[in-house]
Design a protein around this ligand. Sequence first.
Ligand code: B3K
Ligand code: ZN
Length: 883
Amino acid sequence: PKEIFLKDYKAPDYAFQKVDLIFVLGEDKTLVTSNIRVIPNFSDGAPLILDGERLKLVTLKINGLHVSKDNYKVSARQLHMTSLPTGSFDLEVVVEIEPQNNTFLEGLYKSTGNFCTQCEAEGFRKITYFQDRPDVMSKFTTRIEADKTLYPVLLSNGNLVDEGDLPDGKHYAVWEDPWTKPCYLFALVAGHLVSRDDSFTTMSGRKVALRIWTPPQDFSKTAHAMKSLKLAMKWDEEVFGLEYDLDLFNIVAVPDFNMGAMENKSLNIFNSKLILASPETATDVDYAAIEGVIGHEYFHNWTGNRVTCRDWFQLSLKEGLTVFRDQEFSSDMGSRAVKRIADVVRLRTMQYPQDGGPMAHPVRPHSYIKMDNFYTVTVYRKGAEVVRMYQTLLGKAGFRKGMDLYFQRHDGQAVTCEEFLAAMFDANKVKFPTFPLWYAQAGTPTLTVITSYDADAQTFTIKCKQVVPPTPGQSKKEPMLLPLAVGLLDSHGHDMRLTSVKDGASLHHLTSADGDYTTTAVLHVDKTEQEFTFMNITEKPVPSLLRNFSAPVRLVSDVTNEDLYFLLAHDSDQFNRWEAGQTLSRKLMLDLISAHQRGEKISVDSAFIKGIRSILLDSSLDKDFAARCLTLPAEGEIADLMDVADPDAVHIVRRFVVREVSACLREDLLNTVKLNRSSIAYDPSHEHRARRALKNVALGYLASLNEPETIDVAVNEYKIASNMTDQLAALNAICQNPGNLRSKSLADFYEQWKEEALVMNKWLALQAMSDIPGNVENVRRLLDHPAFDIRNPNKVYSLIGGFCTSAINFHAKDGSGYTFLADVVLQLDKLNPQVASRMVSSFSRWRRFDEERQALAKAQLERITSQNGLSDNVFEIASKSLA
Ligand code: B3K
Ligand code: ZN
């Protein structure tokens, strides 16, 4: 396989001014005709090289005449044309494809009988020959012909300009998209679908028709998605001044989809699980995810579609920015602190391991074999943190100025990350020379902070040291700008006024945006070692460091446990309140793990239990926030902090802490369940979601005790549950403990929900993720269960992906988990390389474990890479993991 490098970028030789597509959709074959107005970008008569895979070329014409066989060559991946006319010309290409046999789910394929497309990143080349790259932007028209009974609804991008009947029970529709776009934003849908219709009036008074399409039986489950869409449209106008630019916005939900959703111009296509919701079948987490992803895809209309990427290395230009935008949207719709906590947890548990492993890559990668492998947590989520840092450095108003300038300069263009950075800095007349390194250097920086108070001088000094660790291909790293947000608490737990800070020789006066004093200072840490001194600090403060997680770093500090309990109780920065609790939990668990490994008896100290209890009983707290504070760091996060990951020890210790907390706080937890039980009717408001979250965390603790009384509570909650949030949480609580009750409850749930595919995915995932001993065999058996289907990505993510999150079973000492995953990856690779490649990624951290496990995992990785006919997708991940 060929590796592609950012440094080799070359502008395309030809522009495609206009593209007219005709699709004749059929059961055995589909005919695709494209008419392209081709304009040379340079005058050197370069060959025209079109990408194309799995296509059967039928005819090829230039200016209406068949192209002679001597003047073109077709290979497995390209159509290579020479002896072209000078100047512009019309190219006509006709190809035949078989969407009904497309199990890769990219290009044009069928899902439950309907036609749909997925083109990003390089799927359009599976539809027709094209310069399949984002810097080729064209105006598209699309004519679709299909059987009218089977496919009554025909959709593509833009506006419907014509439709009508054809002979033999067929009909047609013609769509015209007035906006130029790269082919990865092309979309087509044909099928038996119904729509929920609504409308939105934009800030300039234009009425936009909104339609969400689903199979008829799902119509009742699209109300929440529609509500979310309208909220997102309004939010983008209010916060960024961005208005929708067409009179129609379509969303289609399909059950078979490789990722979450796709932002095709005016025709978003979504994985059903991110559209369909009813209280009975979807959890509060699902509701929030739907709102967030509807927002995300809608926001792409400006950040991604109107301004797109020059090449795929720039992916974070649109994804990091759009994730940041959807995070802010969700924060404004719900609780800002809780959203920030959830996002940081995801970053820590998913991105940090990637950044510390063999697949570590910068937010803007330098090379790739398969672009699909780079739709990563690094590009998306670390990318969003980079965007957030601009806002932390420039302030909200400064960030908005930068966004305005970005659109003013680049609307309609395909650009790079430099151009975004330049707009941000130019609009604010600043230069931060080490900030661009965030795009180029991989690895999570470690920021070590040592503090000291000088009572005589009334100064408080913060000494910083940053280390960016080496990563594959990057042994040496430069220090980069880390915005470090700091607050200082006085002995009452109040924020001190921060008036000035010395950075080396220069003194900075600190004021808030409105010119008043500030209580949070953003220090610019941009050297390997650096010292900041706060002046006029009248008593020894407790520092609150990295407020709101102002930079994606690993913070190591000399803050004591006593200080952490103080911060947990008092910090005005809600994120850091939670973080203080997490830091305490991490320290506690790591200490207990060492003790356990030394064979000592372990115990949880009473200060920790007291801290947890004070959160549980603090009625002034947002209950969702309290629920987060009561949730201990996941096993994976703890294992990630060890020199050699020991999944068994981590599991034993975490479980021990959970049981100790439960035993000590039994009555308080029982009360929490009682007091926060849902009223009979489901209420989606924040207040009620928060009550459910707190109740269900308490329920999980209680069930861990595996005592008749606490189990009865969980069984009762299961029985009276009026919604999926409560029902699933109760089932989860019960299923912690192996035995008859567990099997009976799982069977009961199955009987109730077997007709609901999305609920069945939860049932699969719950079993797959289970910590019960020897679960590999259960999961293997589930492969043959009617609720599973290896061709449906959601089911694979639930069962196989779910299994890999259970450290003790996936990393079972006998290697059975590794063999299982390799078996599945090899089977899956033939059907759907993108999904197979996501699954094989679970192997990538194999070097973190003990030698026996390393040997077992390595053997399976080698078994995979030695397979004939392996996809480039899986090859890239597996071989880089072994390197
Ligand atoms: N842009 C798409 C992702 C496409 C993934 C292709 N393998 C969804 C999103 O991030 O909005
Ligand atoms: Zn996106």
